[in-house]
Design a protein around this ligand. Structure first.
Ligand code: C2E
Ligand code: MG
Ligand code: MG
Length: 256
């Protein structure tokens, strides 16, 4: 446990010292192949230059309650970035930020997000809040009212990792979300006919309920083609691009 405490201390210190970076992964329209947005993913840059992925720091930060600080930091960093892109004349695309389920309990969350968005003058319609499906096990009603408040302010909302948790299909149809992100698990068995059938039906159900659907973890051309045919709106995955630094993202999507 001594070691856990030390690791947590190091992570929290890194957070205070702003040693976290935003990586971006593009979201692609399956119909046109165009980049229609991106997801902001946290990376920790160690002293020695090593880039650490979230599986080493999200859980400890969730356990200590400090995850909300990381999320706000990511959100503000994205706003700074978008403001800079605007000044440089780059076209703005919607960016999503992951928000831990712990924010359900964060007092004044929506007000704070609106304050920041106004400070940087970035339209709320360009900002998307990702809430993981597993958050719905806890206080469903509180979460739904939070989503409604966010929506009233014009933010987009997506349900992340759909299909892994306990969100029932009937619940799905009642959520005030704009986008449902199908978990990459769905693609693990995507060659089987029963999985294909299920994917098609889930995509239909989501679209019937006036939400957009994005599939995560697309690694192969065949997966992309199947999803496109099944009517999936957007895709994200290594087939298109891994999450990359802001600099690489700019070079790839704004300067080429
Ligand atoms: P997520 O939000 O579901 O993000 C998608 C994850 O899938 C990312 O992992 C991404 O790198 C990975 N991925 C994308 N395409 C592929 C693919 O084709 N194949 C495979 N195998 N993986 C792919 P990453 O960056 O390691 O992030 C892991 C999780 O950590 C995220 O899952 C999210 O839940 C959490 N996370 C990341 N940044 C933040 C943050 O700022 N705040 C909070 N609360 N959570 C974060
Ligand atoms: Mg996400
Ligand atoms: Mg996900």
């Amino acid at each position: 446990r001594m070691q856990d405490a030390f690791v947590l201390h190091t992570i929290e210190e890194a957070l205070e010292l702003k040693k976290f970076l935003v990586y971006l992964q593009p979201k692609i329209s399956l119909e046109t192949g165009e980049v229609v947005g991106a997801e902001a993913l946290a990376r920790w840059e160690k002293e020695n230059g090593e880039i650490v992925t979230p599986n080493e720091f999200i859980l400890p930060l969730e356990q200590s309650g400090k995850i909300v600080h990381l999320d706000f930091y990511m959100f503000e960093t994205i706003l700074q970035q978008m403001k800079q892109w605007k000044q440089m004349g780059y076209p703005l695309i919607p960016i999503s930020v992951n928000f831990s389920r712990q924010h359900i309990k964060t007092e004044g969350l929506v007000e704070r997000l609106v304050e920041l968005q106004q400070e940087y003058q970035i339209d709320t319609s360009l900002l998307e809040i990702e809430i993981t499906e597993s958050a719905f096990i806890e206080d469903q009603q509180a979460l739904i009212s939070l989503m409604e408040k966010l929506k009233q302010q014009g933010f987009s909302i997506s349900i992340d990792d759909f299909g892994t948790g306990d969100c029932s299909l009937s619940m799905l149809t009642k959520l005030p979300a704009n986008v449902v992100k199908l978990d990459k698990e769905f693609l693990c068995h995507s060659e089987s006919n029963s999985t294909k059938k299920m994917l098609k039906n889930v995509i239909c159900l989501i679209k019937d309920n006036q939400m957009k659907v994005l599939c995560e973890g697309i690694e192969e051309k065949e997966q992309m083609e199947f999803l496109k045919q099944a009517g999936c709106d957007m895709g994200q995955g290594y087939y298109f691009s891994k999450p990359v630094s802001v600099k690489v993202f700019e070079e790839k999507y704004f300067l080429s």
